[in-house]
Design a binder for this molecule. Structure first.
Ligand code: NAP
Length: 577
């Protein structure tokens, strides 16, 4: 591994590509440099690197950003914060880390989350095996040598028997191609690639396009600073109060005392989170007045998005139950927003089930529309025609703007994987494999692409869960599999077409039995024109999914072909089972 270590140290010696330092590359046959290549140094990539070291394996990571943090590195927009309780949105692998770190707010803000990512990277010296400011452009598997070779935009070429895509679920920003953007004389930014320098709104006319989780977080904060804020809304969202607050003295310590027990419990939950009572009644068990009183109580308590969606049983399945919550939120909008016409524009339509788009939580979102300096444009009635030199022109006229904020989301779940040219020497490619939708086995592997793993890939619970818990589960499972192979002198694993087809069918069946695929959401790819409509996350629940993964592993990795192939040296070196 000496050569790999040199390469790892290379980033401190400047920007020389890795293959220059290893003396490899070009047309010569590739050799293994490390055991596992990792793409991405967000929370997933960092944990994978840590796991590799724990198991005596070597890893090398590439990251497009200048530092660690992934989502929390890129999404620096005003108001950005997590919507899972911070104490639950924390790694669980190190008691020392748990003891060292103190969250200041129930829902940590982006700067604090980024500090946490940096703290983890420092504490475990993770940057040593990562190269930053470097985007992986292609990944090719050579069946003869049994090696994946990554190539980057900085000229690096690195090879290893295994490759883990820790590329994030929401990391390729999507900006609609509104004509005229090049004419705009002001400044514009996408929330998912927010500048590192402060963006000043004071005295300016600001437009925010998009009212998903991001827009809903940014709008109240921008409104408080801007001279005027115009919100361009295509589909109204249901959002419920976060009731964020400082952590109470001793609160985190008390949580940590029972963290191990919590960790055991959370692994069997639907969302990999706790903190909201499980529903025990159906909407039909209560009178409308009782329901209202219960919804009021939960609204006042606020909290994670699931809080309102777990008031009664089957809200994600049963239209009547769903409508009861949705009606309550619409009533709340009419109660909070003083201008009845604006309130109606903010009310989601009755045929949009609550929860079918990713449910946001907010701080004073609806209240913001009571401000004199905020106006709401309903793009459903008056769509954006173009961006002009002075603002945005909709069907009813031009809105003068100095700054445009595009909170228009991401090419979710598949965008970052398909942005890399992933292929094999015998002609298979991810692009072809996913031409009819992102088929995977367990959201971990794709048939035809051996030794390539995804963290939180499509077909896994991923975005429907507490992402940290899902990351840990995936990384641990992959490490166990690599250890299992090494212990048996094997070095290749591939999902079978048959197992993959069965998993895809199961995942579709589960989603289709719910209201989830109904909405035009990024979950189904509807936000990106031309994207195949498939409900991408697995909606069978985290606990059930984890159980299936464990069962498959215990059954000798059912649905995977494990084999020995290629040069002897292309085996991950250590029996780490
Ligand atoms: P999003 O949910 O996809 O919302 C994008 C918004 O832009 C929607 O309002 C969408 O309208 C609008 N839009 C898209 N294309 C448009 C067009 N051509 N014309 C007009 N409007 C357009 O994206 P996001 O708000 O960035 O959130 C993405 C995900 O990131 C969230 O769902 C969540 O999972 C995650 N996130 C999490 C947090 C958190 O944890 N606190 C915070 C922010 C984001 P339509 O609804 O009509 O498509």
């Amino acid at each position: 591994m000496g050569l790999a270590r040199d390469a790892a140290r290379g980033s401190k010696r400047g920007d020389r590509p890795m293959n220059e330092m290893t003396g490899r590359g070009g047309a010569a046959q590739r050799q293994r440099e490390v055991d596992v290549l990792v793409v991405g140094m967000g929370f997933a990539g960092m944990y994978v690197l840590h796991c590799l070291r724990q198991r005596g394996l070597t890893g090398r990571a590439f990251e497009a950003g200048s530092d660690v943090g992934g989502t929390w590195y890129w999404n620096r927009y005003p108001g950005c914060r997590v919507d899972v309780d911070s104490v639950q949105y924390s790694y669980n692998f190190s008691d020392m880390l748990t003891r060292d770190w103190q969250w200041t707010e129930r829902f940590a803000s982006q700067p604090e989350l980024l500090r946490y990512a940096n703290h983890v990277a420092d504490r475990f010296d993770l940057r040593r095996d990562a190269k930053f400011d470097t985007r992986v452009v292609s990944a090719e598997f050579d069946g003869g040598t049994n090696l994946w070779t990554l190539r980057t935009d900085k000229g690096d070429v690195a090879s290893a028997p295994y490759c883990v895509m820790a590329t994030g679920s929401l990391s390729t920003p999507y900006r609609p191609p509104f004509p005229g953007i090049e004419d705009f004389r002001g400044e514009w930014h996408h929330t998912g690639a927010w500048p590192h320098e402060e963006v000043r709104f004071g005295g300016k006319r600001v437009g925010v396009v998009g009212t998903g989780s991001t827009g809903i977080q940014a709008i109240p904060v921008i409104a408080a600073e801007a001279a005027h804020l115009t919100v361009f809304q295509r589909t109204p969202q249901y959002t419920t109060p976060a009731r964020n607050r400082p952590m109470a003295p001793g609160e985190q310590r008390a949580f940590n005392v029972r963290r191990a027990q919590w960790h055991d419990e959370v692994r069997d939950t639907f969302t990999a989170m706790t903190g909201f009572p499980a529903p025990t009644r159906t909407v039909r068990d209560d009178t409308p007045e009782e329901r209202r009183a219960y919804f009021e109580k939960r609204w006042e308590e606020g909290g994670m998005p699931q809080a309102m969606l777990t008031t009664y049983e089957n809200i994600n399945i049963d239209r009547e139950a769903n409508a009861a919550v949705a009606d309550f939120v619409r009533d709340k909008i009419r109660e909070i927003v003083k201008d009845p016409e604006v309130a109606e524009r903010l009310c989601p339509p009755e045929d949009l089930p609550i929860g079918s788009k990713r449910p946001p939580i907010d701080t004073d979102y609806y209240e913001t529309y009571n401000r004199d300096n905020v106006s709401l444009v309903d793009l459903g009635c008056t769509p954006i025609e173009r961006v002009t030199a002075g603002g945005i022109k909709t069907a009813d006229g031009e809105h003068g703007l100095d700054v445009i904020v595009f909170a228009t989301g991401f090419d979710a779940m598949t965008g970052s994987l398909l942005a890399i040219d992933i292929r094999t020497s015998d002609g298979a490619s991810l692009k072809d494999a996913w031409s009819d939708g992102p088929d995977t086995y367990l959201g971990l592997m794709v048939a035809g692409l051996p030794n390539l793993f995804m963290i939180n890939g499509p077909g896994s619970p991923s975005v429907k869960t507490n992402m940290i818990i899902a990351i840990e589960q995936h990384a641990d499972w992959i490490m166990d599999l690599i250890g299992h192979l090494a212990a048996r002198g094997l070095n290749r694993v591939e999902a079978t077409e048959r197992a993959q087809a069965a998993w895809v069918a199961h995942a579709c069946e589960v989603a289709d039995a719910t209201l989830m695929p109904v909405a035009d959401s990024w979950y189904v790819g509807a936000n990106v024109p031309g994207k195949k409509r498939v409900y991408m996350p697995y909606f069978g629940g985290f606990g059930r999914y984890r159980g299936i993964c464990d069962e498959i592993a215990a059954d000798g990795y059912r649905g995977f072909v494990l084999s020995r192939a290629g040069a002897a040296e292309a085996t991950a070196g250590v029996a780490a089972e």
